[in-house]
Design a protein around this ligand. Structure first.
Ligand code: ADP
Ligand code: MG
Length: 725
């Protein structure tokens, strides 16, 4: 790579060890990383008003002429207060700064500035406190948008903006555009250098839009290339042939407490056929939550074991792995098959035992089956006779984990399970190499979960409804989102991915989910407070909560109590989203439902309606206006996961689908982060980027004739890898 771009941030003036560390926290190590540290939002400084037109408390720009000398007064010991007056054609404003005595020389009488900030009006006094200021001349208009960067401790807006401004000219002059020119032109995309300059320092709205379109395209394109060049399960031959007779299969089926549905039987037949070949199976099992994918996985494991092989099942969370183990290990034990559970809190002694038993050459000692979390990817885990690897909810695993898994088991058969219906265009990129078995039929006795969208005024009736369901012996889930309070300084900001073309105004939700800001989500607070409030209103009920920051053991305990029926109302954040099965639960309440993606709501709804009880899903809407209302209405009328997913894609952009894949836990700084693309509302841009990527890979899978693309991907992978390790 070009030396300036790859030079460390310490090469910039003013960056020493402390700031280097701070930058590293943002995932920024080199000049190029800094160049790709995009603003998270923009101040709308182009909104210039007359003082008289401003409502008290509004944030906007005013162009004022300084009319008095700066007066400095000392308050509270060391604190100083600098004060002056300035005016426009409509009025006078008093401006104050704290502890910035040196500004005295910046504001001589008669100088003109564009001030941006909150304007207060009390009586007939108009004031601004510590506004942003830029010298103004009529002949050289100031840009309307002012970048606001994601920060970390030790780096202020001013510092980051100064550093970026200092690298921008040389860095953009030297950057080579990896996107093939013919693609760029056919898509009508601006040059990379121009886009990078504009995203940091837009001339106007239209330029910013074009810059974003280009950079969003790049993110999609790189993402598709990344998935296309790695993690693909090669159709290797040399996989163990796993074949069992109908009689042996029958033994498994008759050990089940129920008969397979037609769709399950078809999926098992697909799996059985695949595994009987020495070409490695590469199959994806999709079906709504509750359709019964686990038992199909169990059938596959059984086929492997009865063919003298071992099988591993990997789940994304400890809760899920534990539940799978609780469901499957007893069944396997009845069939004479030995299995174990391996998670993050398996003790070292137990772990050692499991590792040893997995590689034992003695079939009498050997573990046939292991069920676990990512712990299965640890180095110690090996198999004497690997046959089958299954991942549950694999979209939850990052690209790197998927790569590790398929590398470790190059010749094993591979089965993935997912309850997330993914729009076709995305599925082609995410799972284009997989055969698909779709379970489109629910086990008998399932009912439609009646869904309602309500608002806060419904609260008393909702409480009564909770009591009624519990009184009848049912159980209740309440899901609260991790509500991110919008910080005050974000007031009036336009987030990076607000689309000027489409709507204006309500960016509230966009700001709320700006994903690359690794804020401590107050998800704990949301669940705990809600549970406490509920418990205060209904002391007679057993109410418990789980949230993402609890230790796994604690979470498992609470989930276990709920599954046993000891807890009647479970308040949680989305940790319950995938997989957990409690057939007695019959009421799902989702608070602040407007903050969820529809697909996510569909998944949550799938947690109820699994048993005999008539079940309900109630979506409580706390805001979001008419758009949110219309969006949620889809849930009331649609039960088809695919249609819901398509709606989600077109309304919220692909972030909900891609973010988990683009790097679990590395959103902020990963090599494949979707800073601009995450909320890009026009799915056709994504489709076209994906198509171009696929076309290139079809001709040149190793990107041999695209050295710049190859290099770009390699450094992105290296970055993602660094962060995961
Ligand atoms: P998911 O597809 O979401 O993983 P599960 O495999 O957890 O669904 O199955 C959900 C529930 O349905 C489980 O309690 C399971 O025992 C039950 N189940 C699965 N298949 C059948 C069937 N054919 N008949 C009756 N119940 C079934
Ligand atoms: Mg499941």
């Amino acid at each position: 790579m070009n030396t300036y771009l790859s030079s460390p941030v310490t090469a910039l003036s003013g960056v020493g060890e402390a700031r280097k560390k701070a930058y590293a926290r943002l995932g920024i190590h080199t000049v190029k990383d800094l160049l790709y540290h995009f603003p998270r939002a923009f101040e709308n400084r182009g909104d210039v008003r007359l003082l008289s037109d401003v409502q008290p408390g509004e944030k906007c720009s005013v162009i004022l002429t300084v009319s008095t000398e700066c007066r400095v007064s000392r308050i509270k010991g060391r604190m100083t207060l600098l004060k002056f007056r300035a005016f426009d054609d409509s009025g006078v404003c008093e401006i104050t700064f704290f502890n910035q005595e040196f500004l005295r020389s910046v504001f001589p009488i008669g100088s003109v500035f564009r001030f941006y900030g909150k304007i207060e009006k009390t009586g007939n006094r108009t004031t601004m406190s510590s506004p942003a200021y830029e010298p103004y001349t009529e002949s050289r208009p100031l840009p309307p948008l002012f970048s606001v960067y994601p920060l970390t401790e030790g780096l202020s807006q001013k510092i980051i903006a100064t550093h970026i401004a200092s690298i921008l000219p040389v860095a953009t002059a030297q950057i080579e555009d990896p996107l093939p020119e013919d693609i760029r032109l056919s898509e009508g995309l601006v040059s990379l250098a121009w886009a990078l300059r504009q995203i940091h320092s837009p001339d106007d709205y239209q330029s910013l839009h074009e810059a974003k379109r280009r950079l969003a395209f790049d993110e999609f394109f790189r993402f598709a290339l990344a998935l296309g060049t790695m993690g693909k399960t090669p159709r290797t031959t040399g996989a163990p042939i796993c074949q069992i007779t109908d009689d042996v299969m029958h033994t498994f089926l008759s050990a089940l407490p129920y008969k397979l549905t037609g769709a399950q039987a078809r999926a098992v037949a697909d799996i059985r056929r695949d595994m009987a070949s020495d070409t490695a199976m590469s199959r994806m099992l999709v079906g709504d939550v509750g359709c019964g994918k686990t038992v199909c996985a169990a059938a596959a494991m059984y086929i492997a074991v009865k063919s003298g092989r071992q099988a591993a099942l990997m789940a994304p969370t400890g809760i899920l792995a534990t539940q799978h183990a609780a469901d499957l290990l007893p069944l396997f034990a009845r069939l004479g098959i030995k299995g174990a559970l391996l998670t993050g809190h398996t003790t070292p002694t137990q772990k050692k035992k499991i590792y040893a038993a997995l590689i034992s050459e003695d079939p009498a000692e050997r573990l046939d089956i292991v069920i676990g979390t990512q712990a299965l990817l640890s180095e110690g885990v090996g198999f004497a006779a690997p046959g089958l690897v299954i991942t549950d909810e694999q979209h939850r695993f990052g690209v790197n984990q998927r790569a590790t898994l398929s590398e470790k088991n190059a010749h094993a058969h591979l089965l993935c399970m997912s309850a997330t219906p993914i729009p076709r265009s995305l599925a082609l990129v995410l799972y284009g190499d997989l055969d698909v078995s779709r379970i489109d039929e629910m086990p008998p006795g399932r009912q439609r979960v009646d869904t309602f969208v309500v608002d806060e005024s419904y609260r008393p009736r909702l409480d009564a409804f909770i009591r009624k369901n519990v009184a009848e012996g049912g159980q209740v889930y309440v899901v609260c989102p991790a509500v991110e309070e919008k910080p005050e300084e974000d007031e009036g900001l336009i987030p990076l991915w607000a689309d000027f073309g489409r709507d204006s105004g309500d960016y509230g939700t966009a700001v709320a989910r700006a994903p690359w800001e690794e804020k401590e989500l107050p998800d704990m607070k949301a669940a705990v407070q809600f549970a406490e409030a509920l418990a205060a209103r209904m002391p007679e009920l057993h109410i418990a909560y789980v949230h993402g920051k609890m230790k796994s053991a604690e979470k498992d305990k609470v989930m276990g109590d709920f599954a046993k029926g000891d807890v009647q109302v479970l308040v949680s954040t989305t940790v319950i989203e995938v997989g957990v099965n409690v057939p007695n639960a019959c009421l799902m309440i989702v608070e602040n439902a407007e903050r969820f993606g529809l697909s996510q709501l569909h998944q949550l709804r799938g947690r109820v309606g699994r048993g005999q009880r008539k079940s309900y899903c109630i979506l409580v809407r706390a805001g979001g206006g008419d758009t949110a209302k219309a969006r949620l209405e889809v849930m009331r009328t649609t039960y088809d996961g695919y249609r819901i997913a398509e709606q989600d894609l077109s309304q919220r952009g692909p972030g909900d689908f891609l973010a988990p894949v683009s790097g679990a836990g590395i959103r902020q700084s990963g090599g494949f982060r979707l800073q601009v693309a995450e909320g890009w509302p026009d799915a056709s841009l994504m489709d076209r980027a994906f198509n171009h990527a696929r076309a290139i890979l079809a001709d040149d899978p190793a990107l041999e004739s695209y050295p710049l693309l190859r290099e770009d991907l390699d450094s992105a992978f290296a970055m993602a890898g660094d962060i995961l390790n």
